[in-house]
Design a protein around this ligand. Structure first.
Ligand SMILES: Cc1cc2nc3c(=O)[nH]c(=O)nc-3n(C[C@H](O)[C@H](O)[C@H](O)COP(=O)(O)OP(=O)(O)OC[C@H]3O[C@@H](n4cnc5c(N)ncnc54)[C@H](O)[C@@H]3O)c2cc1C
Length: 825
């Protein structure tokens, strides 16, 4: 009997692990029944009963019409009762975009070979030339203190350069006069600009993200495209897009702004149009925009356009010169001085063909926005976060080497090293995610869930980087001024956290909430069968999806358990993966099975209530996200040609991600509403206890060393950063001081040895190096080198001070004389 029980368990594990079809389970069940009958010595009655039971079970499992009648139709009825109704806007949000690698991670068995087979994203020669030319030039033109303190705006010469060089039309195809850049190139431009000036980066980023150009490209009429796209590409129009209003922020679909279809007089002629009333805020580029993309709810009470009265959210393009448009006032978003402000209008009449896509697209605005959101969200904030993180990694490493306390470069003090190593590893992971995600967009994906993962985790990691960097810089980071390269980034970082879906909502509502429906192989099919289909067709579709779903859940539960007891040794890895990273593929495959199983059981246990249990769904989203971030790093490592020098970064970041994922699962289980189920889940997912530990201190040290040393690894990690060559520039002088500090370390040692041996004395107010030169300890060349390093070091550690008015009077005088000159010219 013990053998029989062990046999049943073994068959269950093997069949579950390989997800065998139902017929195999039936055959195995038959054999088990025969064997049971023999070893138990059943009499005729017992054998007959066993046989009847077997026939009933196998018939129900294998004959779909019977299965539907007895099982799936009943489940379908329950499903229909408990499944909450979805609003049209929710449906459009769920349907938008595509599923890519997130689908694999949700499957419980990611196909690594497929991921590694996707071509490595790369820039064309022309895109690279643009980065090396105009982008580099634009960065050099930007003096962040001048922008953020003196002008509260980009200088006119910078605005002009941006327009003239086509920065505002990177996503517009060449046939309309734009640059026709790939998503990767667009992302690379924003990354580099963000390493230099937030205002310049946002100014360039917004017109290339979700807004008039993107909407026109996908939905515009030919007339709209031909008129606006060339003008947008050349910077003759400054666009903005206004969705948010005081009453509707995160819940953007509830905008109270409205338009009423009516007839009116336009340019002297009676015209079918709309009277639109709106009150928007936070609109980027709004204060200087000439073309306002506007979202509002359109009503047609007189049925002039269609038989419906409430047409729904509609997007229109409104020239800001239109009478009644109030625009121009500014917000001040944490001293990020990119143009941002409110705008409004009351019963402004506009022709019906201002609707993007024309009258047929009235009421389709939400669908348009949701479909276009993924591309922009995959690029803008991930890129700006990477630009910031890379700049921080480079500058913080340099500063931590130049700045000494306790006669040691602060970067070599363990406490500082911990923060520095974290910056380096996070930066690597972020760059890998940026490139892989932009690459997916270039491959035709509109990855809605992945874009939310990238947006959330990259802005959060940028926040971690800037916090770490601020701590390392101490007072130097706090006192603002032209010599502070970190303070403005710290100030402005929450903007990225808030926009394009505020982070709390993105984490707790979107990543898992949308993922569970879109990326799950069966849930959407089940929902559609339950809510959108009827009769026999619904029953057949639901039965197929539901039985596959059960098989999927059993397989993932078994896999999670087997990976747990075998330390992931049987987990799927790619055929061609680098041997030194294979265990990370294994661990991710194990997590994928555990996550998929946990997600299914959570949905089963909590049903529609899971949507409101944001603490649970947020943590489930974290597990999915960690797997995505690790996948991106593994792919990046392969795409970059397996550079072993970068391995410490992967090792730290991967371990950190696994540990976080494990904590998230642990917390889901600790807070699971059905305790007995939670215990069962814990035994299945962590049969031998929790396997992952936080990254080792030694790895953290290796990561910190990469940014404390000049060289290829540091340059690779910060490859997108603009590096100023001018020693008049704060970051330029930091770079020079860093190199000089490293070059002078042998001289420092010479001086220290001389002091220790009594050959040289240090006294306050006496130039030790000059004395060392007189004593022949340093030669003239060495003295010069050392003195230059000292001059640079002093320059780096100085902080700015100001007159009482922070120089405002002088600045205003300079700006007004500039205006006078410009007017005269
Ligand atoms: C600098 C800046 C630039 C912007 N640019 C533009 C622009 O160009 N065009 C435009 O249309 N809009 C723009 N926005 C608006 C931006 O998209 C909104 O700020 C954002 O959608 C959040 O809305 P809110 O600020 O009103 O916050 P709220 O909606 O009030 O949210 C407050 C908090 O509640 C959380 N929250 C809300 N709902 C949920 C939920 N269901 N579950 C969990 N948490 C939730 C949010 O995550 C947030 O943390 C900009 C905003 C800023 C600050």
């Amino acid at each position: 009997m013990l053998g029989w029980i062990l046999g049943v368990i073994a068959v269950f594990l093997v069949f579950g692990f390989f997800r065998m079809p139902i017929i195999w389970w039936t055959l195995a069940g038959g054999l088990m029944a025969v064997y049971l009958s023999v070893i138990a010595g059943f009499d005729t009655l017992g054998n007959t009963l066993l046989g009847v039971l077997f026939v009933i079970f196998s018939a129900v499992l294998n004959i779909s019409s019977l299965r539907r009648k007895i099982i799936s139709n009943r489940v379908l009825a329950i499903y229909r009762r408990i499944l909450p109704d979805m609003s049209q806007t929710e449906k459009e949000a769920i349907d938008a975009g595509t599923v890519w690698w997130d689908g694999d991670l949700f499957s419980g068995k990611p196909d690594w070979d497929k991921l590694l087979a996707t071509p490595a994203p790369h820039l064309s020669a022309e895109e690279q030339a643009f980065l090396d030319g105009p982008v580099e030039e634009l960065c050099a033109m930007c003096d962040d203190w001048e922008i953020t303190h003196e002008r509260y705006d980009l200088p006119p010469r910078v605005w002009q350069f941006i327009k003239d060089k086509g920065f505002l039309g990177m996503i517009i195809p060449r046939k309309f006069g734009g640059m026709g850049f790939s998503a990767l190139a667009h992302s690379a431009v924003v990354t580099k600009l963000s390493s230099r000036s937030n205002a310049a980066a946002v100014t360039v980023m917004v017109p290339n993200s979700l807004g008039p150009a993107e909407l026109l490209l996908h939905y515009g009429t030919d007339a709209q495209k031909n008129h606006y796209l060339p003008r947008l590409a050349k910077g003759l129009e400054i666009p903005c897009f206004a969705l948010t209003s005081p009453e509707a922020g995160s819940d953007a679909a509830s905008i109270p702004d409205y338009g009423v279809v009516c007839k009116g007089v336009w340019q002297g002629k009676e015209t079918l149009g709309m009277r639109v009333t709106w009150d928007k805020r936070y609109i980027t580029l709004g204060p200087v925009a000439s073309l306002l993309g506007l979202a509002f709810r359109l009503y047609d009470p007189e049925n002039l356009l269609s038989s419906k009265t409430d047409l729904g959210i509609t997007c229109a393009l409104v020239p800001t010169s239109t009478p009644g448009v109030n625009i121009g006032r500014r917000h001040l978003p944490l001293n990020g001085v990119f143009q941002n402000g409110p705008n409004s209008g009351k019963e402004v009449f506009m022709p019906i063909d201002w609707i993007i896509g024309g009258p047929e697209y009235a009421g389709k605005g939400w669908m348009m926005l949701m479909n276009c959101l993924a591309a922009g969200r995959s690029i803008s904030l991930p890129a700006s976060s990477v630009g910031g993180a890379q700049a921080l990694a480079r500058a913080t490493g340099a500063y931590a080497r130049v700045r000494q306390q306790f006669r040691t470069p602060i970067g070599k003090l363990e406490g500082v090293e911990e923060a520095l190593g974290r910056i380096a590893a996070n930066t690597y992971m972020m760059e890998a995610t940026r490139v892989m995600t932009a690459g997916a967009v270039d491959a035709g994906e509109k990855p809605s869930v992945i874009s939310a993962i990238a947006k959330y985790h990259m802005t959060e990691r940028a926040r971690q980087c800037v916090n770490d960097s601020m701590d390392i810089h101490g007072g130097k980071g706090i006192c603002l001024g032209p010599n502070n390269w970190v303070g403005r980034g710290y100030q402005v970082l929450p903007v990225g956290i808030t926009v394009e879906g505020a982070n709390i909502l993105t984490r707790t509502l979107i990543i898992f909430g949308q993922g569970a429906i879109r990326c799950h192989p069966y849930v959407l099919r089940e929902m559609r069968a339950a809510k959108e289909m009827n009769g026999e067709a619904a029953a057949i579709e639901f039965d197929d999806a539901f039985t596959s779903h059960i098989g999927h859940a059993i397989a993932n539960g078994v896999r999670a358990f087997v990976h747990g007891v075998t330390s992931s040794r049987l987990a799927h890895v790619p055929r061609e993966g680098a041997p030194e990273t294979l265990h990370y593929y294994r661990f991710t495959s194990r997590l994928s099975a555990a996550f998929a199983f946990l997600a299914d059981v959570s949905m089963m246990a909590m049903g529609g209530a899971l949507k409101r249990k944001e603490k649970i769904s947020g943590r489930l989203g974290d597990v999915l996200s960690m797997m995505y971030l690790v996948s991106a790093m593994l792919k990046h490592y392969e795409d970059q040609g397996r550079i072993r020098e970068d391995l410490p970064l992967i090792r730290w970041a991967a371990r950190d991600a696994f540990y976080h994922a494990q904590q998230a699962i642990d917390q889901v289980l600790s807070n699971f509403p059905i305790k007995s189920l939670a215990t069962l889940l814990r035994w299945t997912i962590f049969p031998l206890g929790t396997p992952f530990r936080p990254p080792l201190d030694s790895r953290n040290q290796e990561c910190a060393r990469l940014v404390l040393e000049p060289g290829a690894a540091r340059d690779r990690l910060t490859a997108s950063v603009f590096v100023s060559k001018s020693e008049k520039d704060a970051t330029g002088v930091l770079e020079a001081a860093f190199l000089a500090t490293v070059a002078c370390e042998p001289l420092d040692k010479k001086l220290r040895d001389a002091v220790r041996s009594g050959k040289l004395e240090t006294r306050p107010g006496v130039d030790t190096a000059a004395v060392a030169h007189q004593l022949g300890i340093l030669n003239s060349e060495e003295l010069q080198k050392w003195q230059r390093k000292e001059a640079l070091r002093k320059n780096v550690i100085k902080v700015d001070d100001f007159p009482q008015d922070f120089g405002r009077a002088e600045i205003l005088q300079k700006l007004s004389s500039e205006t006078v000159k410009a007017k005269a010219a």
